[in-house]
Design a protein around this ligand. Sequence first.
Ligand SMILES: Nc1ncnc2c1ncn2[C@@H]1O[C@H](COP(=O)(O)OP(=O)(O)OP(=O)(O)O)[C@@H](O)[C@H]1O
Ligand SMILES: [Mg+2]
Length: 252
Amino acid sequence: MLKVDKVVKEFNGFRAVDECSFEVKKNTITGLIGPNGAGKTTMFNLIAGSLKADQGEVYFSDQKVNSFAAYKIARLGLARTFQIPKTLKKMTVLENLMLVPGGQSGENIWNSWFKSSKVKAEEKENESRAYRVLKFLELTHVADVLAANLSGGQKKLLELGRALMADPELILLDEPGAGVNPTLLNKIAKNILKLKEKGKTILLIEHNMDLIMNICDRVIVMNDGKHLVDGTPAEVKSNPRVLEAYLGEKTA
Ligand SMILES: Nc1ncnc2c1ncn2[C@@H]1O[C@H](COP(=O)(O)OP(=O)(O)OP(=O)(O)O)[C@@H](O)[C@H]1O
Ligand SMILES: [Mg+2]
């Protein structure tokens, strides 16, 4: 479903991602872990097309996408959430969701004058999709609340909701559990598992090791921009190189 091949990204000569390669198989939950600054979020930006790789290739659904614009990759079926939620605070939860799918007829001024019935039908469909997403995330009761007034955890759920609006095949989640209380974290974990049941593929950055160990099929570890190891959660947990990376010790 996703293949990253020797990808390099430098910022002012600093290698944030350094010849990193890995694969994500269809209909799996794959964890992407590593210490702060390991290059995980940069890797998401490279996959989603919001950054361009200096070297290397990214393949999504057997297509080479590393020169594609972000919107084009999104249309191929990729959605992502951001480490810091990008909700629009002065809009309601429902409005935040309805904004997501691009290319609606209503966005074109001529369409809104001449094709009003088509625009209305699309808006209706968009709204019912938003309500389905709210129901899935158990957020229906806050549909009309301004996003600014949501709790931190609810903002995380809304962020997930925005990713689900386009019904993507591959979902990149950047720390969905950060700052979320244990009950809500459980709910997020269940939702991610439900997405897998629906046939979706999930790549998940997370520092909460319980979440990683409980829901991931495989775990990829990044360190200093490089792919360090990957394996099942149990394999990765017991790998001394992973412990070393986290503790910042070098035994070799
Ligand atoms: N736009 C940028 N300009 C310059 N340096 C950047 C930029 N984005 C990221 N970096 C640097 O690249 C490195 C990797 O950052 P990145 O955000 O990918 O780490 P991360 O693994 O997501 O860390 P965390 O777990 O703390 O979120 C860091 O040293 C960071 O300072
Ligand atoms: Mg990050």
